[in-house]
Design a protein around this ligand. Sequence first.
Ligand code: SF4
Length: 302
Amino acid sequence: MSLLSVDDLVVEHRSPGRPAVRAVAGASLTVSAGEVVGLVGESGCGKSTLARAVCGLNPVTAGSITFDGQPVTPLGLRRRRLTGIQMVFQDPYASLNPRRLVGDQVADGLRTARDTVTSPADLLERVGLPREFAGRHPHEFSGGQRQRIAIARALAARPRLLIGDEPISALDASAQSQVARLMRDLAVDAGAGLLFISHDLSVVRLIADRIAVMYLGRIVEVGDTAEVWADPRHPYTKALLRAIPKPDGMGVLPAELPGDVPDPVNPPQGCRFHPRCPHVMDVCRGKEPDFGPVACWLHEPR
Ligand code: SF4
């Protein structure tokens, strides 16, 4: 059984006097214990909204999220710490309390896990930082060091599922793959699942066992990382890989692909990708391909 199971999830953002925006529009995804799943897609495709819903931070409009056999429901921050899910956020500057010592912030997680043996300094050492950093404040560190502290704090609570929501995008290039690999190694060593969200395909390729590709609120392709990389099947996945600028295959997604970017308030009928797809057929305009692992009429399961 999967540790995390997201089934046909819908999350709408509503604000008074405005039409509802369906940020997640029927997405399904699983993560097993000890598995790393990379969730990729252009900015605004719903990746972060999905992650926040998994953590109980966004209410679910329809569909379901099950973690460890139990339904996930919206929670306050305090109760969320007890669920076994921890999240590392994009901005390491905003996610740490500037007034509290680093060691005290890591100790919060240890208390949650009722761990009286491990010290905050032990955890800092595990994420590659000197033990004495426990006695300092967050402003004394670089972005990469702060993100390591945020990872130490998340791991202190002994999560069974770790979620990284663009955890490397605010870091400089040299720190990015180090921090991504660190998250993978620590999560897998602890037997936890890792859902790693990034627009950086090159890093996801290095650390993920499986890749899920998201477009306008839906997962359009999911598969083994090496297979998706070698033989992408959904036209959107192909376009993403083609758009990687460097010939060595390392690079990041472009801000947007060629073609019209649809309005999430009013998404296209049928396949959401059809206004940008070079292979569009009549059926694509009328009916949404509602199947996996490749949600495209060219790859309908028989
Ligand atoms: Fe293109 Fe049709 Fe496949 Fe959508 S369903 S990606 S429009 S071929």
